[in-house]
Design a binder for this molecule. Structure first.
Ligand code: WT7
Length: 581
């Protein structure tokens, strides 16, 4: 039997404090995620157990115990305090999935800082807007990525510390400092910061339709949601070898790639090298991985590579698979059951929710293509598009919404209280963040559409806005458009998601050129590279279409919905707001 046992039973008498029971947690114990994921696991007799089995490019391998996690996170925590950083400071972690990413993440939390992980693939402009928005005080990075920081440092007066944690020490510039935690003296003792449940912990940036990305602020209390979902949905147990394929630049990589598994003292594997199907199967085979949490894009790539590579590897250690980030097609569920003997269980959640909200459970029958049912303790609904009343009839499409107050819920969008408030249907104009979080009459509206069937299963329909989901990563059209118009040839731009077999969507852009510029192969390459370098490979347009003039509303807003409908062959809908001339 799985950890959750019967879903129906778990609904009865549900209490989030069940998470505390799982950890054997007593009131009065220190609540600090960094401490719980390392010191506390050691104190409970698991100091010598493997915490991290890491593999990098070229097959480089390392294993670290929970005691290593404890000591190296202490090392980072002490180093940061010694540099003058303080609790509450935003400390960005900008590196590949190297061991120091994991040590420093826990270290930042241990000294009371706010960990701000960002994808190492981000270009200087993506980095700049997020560091500026967060008022980031320090950035931990590597020699490989520090160049991007140098480019923007002057524009970021609040960024006082550039700390290089790996690579060549001799080529640093200016005020940059070098800190290799594994070479530094071991820090055996460190008193972790006494966080309260509401002390900020992790700051994750997520993309919206308009304006720059928003920083979703999480708190130490999130751990209870992460522990309980890790236990009941991922079904992690003491002796599991777990692999979450996500990068901690993404919330999946922190909630379930650090906090969930390590608070429970579970061994996890990290593969810091590019994707190939053979590489992944070898990784599972070599490490005898038992539980695997991945994403539909990866699963579709594995499907494309077929059954032969599956047969060529021993994947018999696997016992449980789950997926997040995009709709998991019914075919993928059926295929995985066929070839691995195990279905992928779909889970739905968001950066803002901090933990899984709707999912399939080990002991519940799966309906392939459905996201499953709300996690016990989560009150979910689909709301009527206009009235925002919960829809009662099975099958009718509405907005996925949740009653506020679950432990891992985000507490703010950094510096954007109005946008935060606008996510809650029925919120009074003057409601404070705390009132929004605790008012049982409100709904947090996710921005996705779904229907619920007669058995209570949720079926994903699509997003309610223009945000592009490429391989499970949300890319905001506004960020791409803003970068595009900085290109010398471009007058105006619109970005939309275009259907793609593997990535679900890829970025397509429509541009009108400035006088004197003509479409050409060279121009196309120059635009693509421009975006890749400034933003990221994910944001890079896969297709560029030239237009004389972009379709706009009378108020001058680009009508992405119209471009998108044309692209997807859908009904273009109501065009009465289209600017006519
Ligand atoms: C958006 C959130 C929490 C990690 C996910 C990424 C889409 C997520 C599913 C799913 C269909 C899904 C939604 C959601 N999404 N999971 N199982 N089925 N769509 O977090 O970057 O904040 O993205 O990803 O559109 O709103 P995120």
């Amino acid at each position: 039997m799985s950890n959750i046992g019967s879903y129906e039973e778990r609904l009865k008498g549900f209490d989030w404090d069940m998470a505390k029971e799982i950890l054997g947690w007593e009131e009065g114990e220190l609540l600090n995620i960094g401490h719980i994921c390392s010191d506390r696991v050691c104190a409970r007799g698991q100091a010598d157990k493997a915490a991290l089995i890491w593999e990098g490019f070229g097959g480089k391998k390392r294993t670290y115990t929970f005691d290593d996690l404890r000591v190296y996170s202490n090392g980072f925590a002490k180093f940061l305090l010694d540099r003058g950083l303080k609790p509450g400071d935003r400390i960005c972690i900008f590196m590949d999935k190297i061991p120091s990413l994991y040590f420093s993440f826990l270290g930042v939390l241990k000294m009371g800082g706010i960990a701000q992980p960002l994808f190492s693939a981000f270009g200087d402009e993506s980095l700049e807007v997020r560091l500026e928005s967060a008022g980031t005080a320090a950035i931990l990075t590597t020699r490989k990525h520090v160049k991007k920081v140098r480019k923007i440092l002057e524009k970021l007066p609040e960024l006082k510390h550039v700390i290089v944690v790996a690579g060549d020490e001799s080529k640093l510039k200016g005020e940059e400092v070098f800190f290799n935690v594994e070479a530094a003296p071991r820090v055996e003792e460190f008193d972790a910061y006494e966080a309260t449940p509401e002390t900020p912990s992790v700051l994750h940036y997520t993309s919206g339709t308009t304006g720059q990305p928003k920083g979703a602020q999480h708190v130490h209390n999130s751990i209870w949601g992460q522990v309980l979902t890790t236990s009941w949905v991922l079904d992690l147990r003491e002796d599991d070898i777990y692999w979450c394929t996500a990068d901690p630049g993404w919330v999946t990589g922190t909630s379930y790639g650090i906090i969930g598994p390590w608070s429970l003292g579970v061994t996890q594997c990290v593969l810091d090298s590019g994707f190939t199907c053979v590489r992944w199967y070898e990784f599972i085979q070599d490490n005898r991985i038992t539980v695997w949490y991945s994403a539909p894009t990866a699963i579709r790539s594995l499907m494309r590579d077929g059954v032969e590579p599956v047969k060529a590897h021993d994947l018999s250690s696997l016992r449980h698979l789950a997926s997040v980030g995009e709709p998991l097609n019914a075919e993928a569920v059926i295929w995985s059951e066929d070839v691995y003997g195990l279905p992928f269980l779909d889970t739905f959640w968001q950066t803002e929710t901090g933990a899984m909200m709707i999912s399939n459970y080990p002991d519940m029958p799966i309906k392939p293509g459905s996201m499953g049912k709300p996690f016990p303790g989560i009150e979910a609904a689909v709301l009527d598009l206009k009235t925002h009343e919960p829809i009662q009839e099975p099958g009718r499409v509405g907005l996925i919404a949740f009653r506020p107050g679950w432990p891992a819920m985000f507490r703010a969008y950094r510096n954007k209280p109005d946008i935060y408030r606008s996510k809650f249907a029925g919120a009074p104009e003057d409601a404070t963040p705390d009132e929004l979080r605790t008012n049982p009459d409100l709904w947090y509206v996710s921005g996705d559409r779904a229907s619920i069937d007669a058995d209570g299963y949720y079926w994903f329909v699509g997003r309610d806005d223009d945000v592009i989901n490429t391989g499970g990563h949300l890319v905001g059209p506004f960020e791409i458009e803003s970068a595009l118009v900085e290109h010398e040839a471009i007058a105006e731009a619109a970005a939309i998601g275009k259907p793609d077999e593997v990535n679900m969507e890829v970025v397509k852009v429509f541009v009108s050129l400035k006088p004197g510029f003509e479409p050409s192969g060279d121009l196309e390459l120059s635009i693509m590279n421009f975006i890749r370098k400034k933003l990221s490979p994910l944001a890079m347009p896969q297709e560029i279409e030239y237009m004389e003039k972009l379709p706009k509303t009378r108020s001058g807003k680009i009508l992405r919905r119209y471009l998108r409908a044309l692209e997807w062959g859908e009904d273009v809908g109501d065009l009465t707001t289209l600017e006519d001339d």
